[in-house]
Ligand binder design. Structure first.
Ligand code: MN
Length: 314
């Protein structure tokens, strides 16, 4: 299967990622967008993403991203990348209903197959890796390679997590051969944090608590903390990864407010606990070792609900 075949006959295409897009979501959406701009110029392509983080602005044409739904418009094909469920389709959801054909390209184990055509590989490290398989590698230029490489390093934690497979490294090698500054991309988009992000990380770590005989660490950022440091929800990347590094724990939990009524929950596992199942209990999803959901109520209530579920898994 090639992307050219999947899009054959269409005149217009909308590419859409998930709400609060991460590096893999942005990298795969932009990688495909750039690829089609170059290689299928007759196809009118728009890409829809919620306001991407500033840190990804090195990705070519990120300023072409559209962030609002226009009810007057429609597209022949609606293609989602890295979107695990219909509830997670962000701003562009309205186009999906009007599209003649829907395509889903993803790597989430919990994805039920939300497109008419589905290319879902739960063994792949990232949506960028799934997408790479559908592209003609000769037609990938440096800018496309930068977008795809970004997605791979973000979803593998720079080739650290167990979702990294030999194929992932082979693809990364081929992308490096396109002349990208991989070292800069890793430092700038993955490790580097603003001072405000470092300070909220410090506060969450200091306040974190261990539960279930030290098997679970829970960190909480409250609305007041977010305001004090001027931090947006999308800037909380990395906090849960730091919690996960705590010696002896099996699951790390981060709670941070995304609405007036509740908390976004990020779950990370070490070892064999399947946190996508725990997230699923609360209407979320994700991967075996990295998943998320939202829970209404106070942080205390959310923590208790999560611990009840985690207890069954540990
Ligand atoms: Mn992903």
């Amino acid at each position: 299967m090639t992307i050219e075949k999947m899009l054959e006959g269409a005149a217009t295409l909308a590419i859409a990622g998930h709400e609060r897009p991460d590096g893999d979501c942005i990298g795969s959406c932009m990688g495909l967008y750039l690829y089609l701009k170059r290689n299928m110029p007759e196809l009118a392509v728009d890409v829809f993403l919620e306001e991407p983080q500033e840190v990804f602005s090195y990705i070519q044409d990120l300023d072409k991203v559209q962030t609002v739904y226009d009810p007057e418009k429609s597209y022949d094909i609606f293609l989602t990348l890295d979107v695990s469920s219909l509830e997670r389709v962000g701003v562009a959801g309205g186009y999906r209903e009007k599209a003649v054909k829907t395509i889903c390209i993803d790597h989430h184990i919990t994805n039920p197959g939300i497109g008419m055509i589905n290319v879902i590989d739960a063994e792949a490290s990232s949506s960028c890796e799934v997408l790479y398989d559908l592209l003609d590698h000769k037609k990938i230029d440096k800018a496309i390679a930068e977008a795809l490489y970004t997605g791979i390093i973000h979803d593998t934690g720079v080739f650290q997590y167990v979702n990294t497979r030999p194929q992932t490294m082979k693809i990364a090698a081929e992308l490096i051969e396109k002349g990208i500054n991989f070292s800069w991309i890793i430092e700038h988009s993955f490790y580097e944090k603003s001072h405000s992000q470092e300070r909220i990380l410090g506060r969450v770590l200091e306040r974190s608590r261990l539960y279930l005989d030290g098997a679970v660490i829970v960190g909480v950022a409250h609305k007041e903390d977010m305001e004090e440091f001027g931090i947006a929800a999308k800037e909380m990347d990395g906090v849960v990864s730091q919690l996960r590094l705590t010696k002896g724990i099996r699951v790390a939990v981060l709670l941070y407010p995304v609405s007036e009524s509740g908390y976004k929950v990020s779950l990370r596992a070490k070892g064999e606990v399947d946190v996508s199942e725990v997230a699923g209990v609360f209407g979320g999803g994700g991967h075996v070792q990295a998943a998320g959901c939202s829970i209404n109520g106070t942080a205390q209530e959310a923590t208790e609900l999560l611990l009840d579920e985690l207890k069954k898994k540990l």
